[in-house]
Design a protein around this ligand. Structure first.
Ligand SMILES: Cc1cc2nc3c(=O)[nH]c(=O)nc-3n(C[C@H](O)[C@H](O)[C@H](O)COP(=O)(O)OP(=O)(O)OC[C@H]3O[C@@H](n4cnc5c(N)ncnc54)[C@H](O)[C@@H]3O)c2cc1C
Length: 382
């Protein structure tokens, strides 16, 4: 049986960068992926938003590290991932949202984030054509942005291969063998391999992988639809997030990518749990109504394509990262919710330092994202 230092289950938003950062530190790494290529799970459903402006220390730190990496990808590795530093903008039309975001701002600034409250006039400059009626202002974080999830996955795959990672595509993990508190091997439909450490980065299937080794992980996928328009002349830069909800939906967000296409996504209300990835006939009427109400100038843009993917959700909207108590050589990097693309690169760097350099400096992240937390709170900006 072939033996590795680390086996990662899942070549997605999290598994790909992680495989690279481990391999480049000299580890012998294998990645097992049930799809026939990398990034074909939920990574390809993401619309590409990356921000450090979260509401908690763990995700802020992780995503600051993601941003550093993505911004410098072209300079450091000669690979473009279509990074656009357009910022994140939360326009506000409701007084209680203004109060909540201004309160959050104090916390965000205390973590050193470059984010501020801006006036309606400034918002109108940043997003020409946005509905001015009742606009109270909003928060804007100019150093956040977006990148292509497909190109980012491709970049990490290439870098990882070059660093020596072995990829097993078209191979599904079907069982995990244990001896006492240790995993001794994983079986795919084609082979059995072993490692010193196993990492569950199986996204929407994290729970099933957990079950294979007797672990009940609170990760339940729910489905979200996204879409993309034809390209139009570049006219606004930020990712615009409308935190309001209506009867059928919670927040929605959209931005214009490097090629001029507008990419958008909405959070259904109530959440739709399960793994159904068939498009619905409700999505386009819903999102068109909401986007045009916010940004009437978009009313004549034609939509090219829509799709439906999954958020691997946890009860409180935060990921689960760390060692479970009863299995000594399993590491969890699961429950990425709607933010796995932006979390992946930073988390990969952090986990590689924890596993290889044995650093303790990220213990605050492991504490906050522990499997054994209460799952009582909710992430305000999830
Ligand atoms: C419409 C939409 C828009 C989104 N927009 C954003 C965004 O703007 N920014 C952002 O950060 N996030 C966004 N997301 C969320 C993001 O896509 C996910 O959080 C992220 O892809 C999860 O990463 P992951 O590595 O955990 O899972 P994945 O990327 O799905 O990777 C897991 C991999 O594990 C493989 N796998 C599963 N089971 C097995 C098995 N038994 N054996 C072998 N392999 C297995 C899967 O095939 C998959 O490739 C969006 C999601 C949707 C649906």
């Amino acid at each position: 049986m072939k033996h590795f230092d680390t086996i990662i289950i899942g070549a997605g938003s999290v598994g790909l960068p992680l495989s690279y950062y481990l391999s480049v530190k000299g580890q012998d790494v294998a990645v097992i992926e049930s799809e026939h290529s990398y990034g074909r799970g939920q990574n390809r459903a993401a619309i590409g938003g990356i921000r450090a402006s979260h509401s908690d220390p763990a995700k802020i730190k992780i995503c600051q590290m993601s941003l550093e990496t993505i911004k410098d990808m072209e300079e450091n590795h000669g690979i473009s991932v279509d990074w656009v530093e357009g910022g994140y903008l939360y326009p506000v039309y409701e007084a209680e949202k203004e109060t909540a975001l201004k309160e959050l701002l104090v916390k965000q600034k205390s973590f050193g984030l470059n984010i501020d409250w801006i006036s309606p006039e400034k918002i109108k400059e940043l997003v020409p054509g946005i509905n001015p009626e009742g606009l109270l202002g909003g928060t804007f974080s100019p150093q956040d942005g977006s990148a292509s999830p497909l190109k980012t996955a491709g970049a990490y795959y290439k870098l990882s291969l070059k660093a020596g990672t072995v990829f097993y595509f078209d191979e599904e993990v079907v069982s995990i063998e244990k001896d006492g508190d240790k995993i001794i091997s994983v079986k795919t439909n084609k082979r059995e391999i072993s490692a010193d450490v196993y990492i569950n980065a199986a996204g929407a299937n994290a729970k099933e992988i957990g079950m294979m080794c007797g672990l009940n992980l609170p990760v339940e996928p729910d489905s979200h639809e996204g879409g993309v328009t034809e390209p139009v002349k570049y006219f606004f830069r930020p990712m615009v997030v409308d935190l309001r909800s209506d009867l059928q939906s919670a927040n929605f967000y959209y931005y214009q990518n490097e090629g001029g296409q507008i990419i958008f996504c909405v959070t259904p209300k109530p959440q739709i749990f399960g793994k159904d990835c068939d498009n619905t006939s409700e999505f386009l009427p819903l999102i068109s109504r909401r986007i045009i109400a916010l940004h009437p100038r978009l009313k004549n843009v034609r939509i090219r394509r829509t799709w439906r993917g999954l958020y691997p959700m946890t009860p409180d909207g935060f990921p689960i990262v760390g060692w479970p108590k009863d299995i000594s050589n399993l590491f969890l990097a699961v429950g990425m919710c709607g933010q796995g693309f932006m979390i992946g690169p930073g988390l990969g760097r952090i986990i590689s330092e924890i596993l290889v350099n044995k650093t303790k400096k990220y213990d605050f992240i492991l504490d906050q994202l522990s499997l054994y937390r209460q799952f009582a709170g909710t992430e305000m900006l999830k």
